[in-house]
Ligand binder design. Sequence first.
Ligand code: HEC
Ligand code: HEC
Length: 294
Amino acid sequence: MIHRSMQALTGQERTEMIDKLAFTKPWSGILSLCFILAASLAVAQEEESRVPDSYPPGPLGKVVQLGEAMVLDTSKHPLSQPFVGNKLNCTSCHLEGGTDPQAGSFLGTASAYPAWSPRENRVITLEDRVLNCFMRSQNGTRPPVGSEVSVAITTYITWLSTGSKIQMNAEKSLGPRHLRMLNIDWKQANAERGKLLYKTHCLDCHGQDGEGTADGPPVWGNDSYNDGAGLSRVDKLGSWLKVAMPLGDPLLTDQESADIAAYINSHKRPHFKLEEHLPKAERLGEYNSQPSSN
Ligand code: HEC
Ligand code: HEC
């Protein structure tokens, strides 16, 4: 299955828009030039980060598809299920299997790796990054480096970066389309207001007690992400909600996103202890982290 949620301007549309800016006044020429430049830059970015038209041929294409299947069905797929400790799938947060351009996008992600990771206090590869989401967001066990699960998912994410220019990230382990953080005062996030908003906008799909329903996964409790996950931070969750929820119709204001995030994360969820998420020593390889990390 290939998802396509992005629309680039076609060449035709661009030409039409530029035509509309008639060269009648002296400054309009300059304006038009700026517009053409901006449009071309936007198009270049879109082209770099769109879902490729087809899978690679042969065994490589099969592995891309295997990775895609596990990203969409992580908690049930027989290969990935043993490494998952909750009811979430990668696509629960990386919407549309990571092809959503904003909500946990995987488009272009591989081009940022290897990257410096302040959390691990080391340079990490894309594979390390994938494995870390298993321990935290999926509250599970870190699959061994080089295992079929790990390689297939990393291959799928790399395929979604087809055409992107390598630009290793020296500051953070985050790709070019990583979540944009809302620019608000997070201290003003109010869980009481969030509770009411949750009832109105979220409860039908995620349940009275955040336990999840047939229409949405658990958002707190034992079957959700643990407190070491990115979304356990109110600022990350609020910024993600803004572009992701309610599913298919994200309509919250910045303040509402922050309030609901504070409410959701005021509930209990599994506590992250690193030792509980590493595989047996002989299957670990090396956990890519330096002792001085937190
Ligand atoms: C509970 C939500 C959640 C789940 C489930 C989850 N992730 Fe993530 N993941 C995140 C968040 C939040 C980030 C940080 C994104 C950001 O700041 O842009 C992230 C980051 C990543 C990144 C780095 C992205 C980048 O821009 O560099 C990768 C790769 C990744 N996750 C892979 C996975 C894989 C593979 C799975 C499934 C095994 C998974 N994640 C499951 C929430 C989740
Ligand atoms: C129409 C049903 C629906 C509504 C309404 C909805 N969600 Fe979701 N939500 C989902 C689904 C489905 C997913 C998983 C995405 C997927 O698998 O494609 C999800 C994923 C999530 C996740 C990440 C995974 C997890 O379970 O932790 C959070 C957090 C979340 N929603 C919070 C909210 C909040 C807060 C609201 C209200 C503002 C909301 N949702 C409204 C259906 C919904």
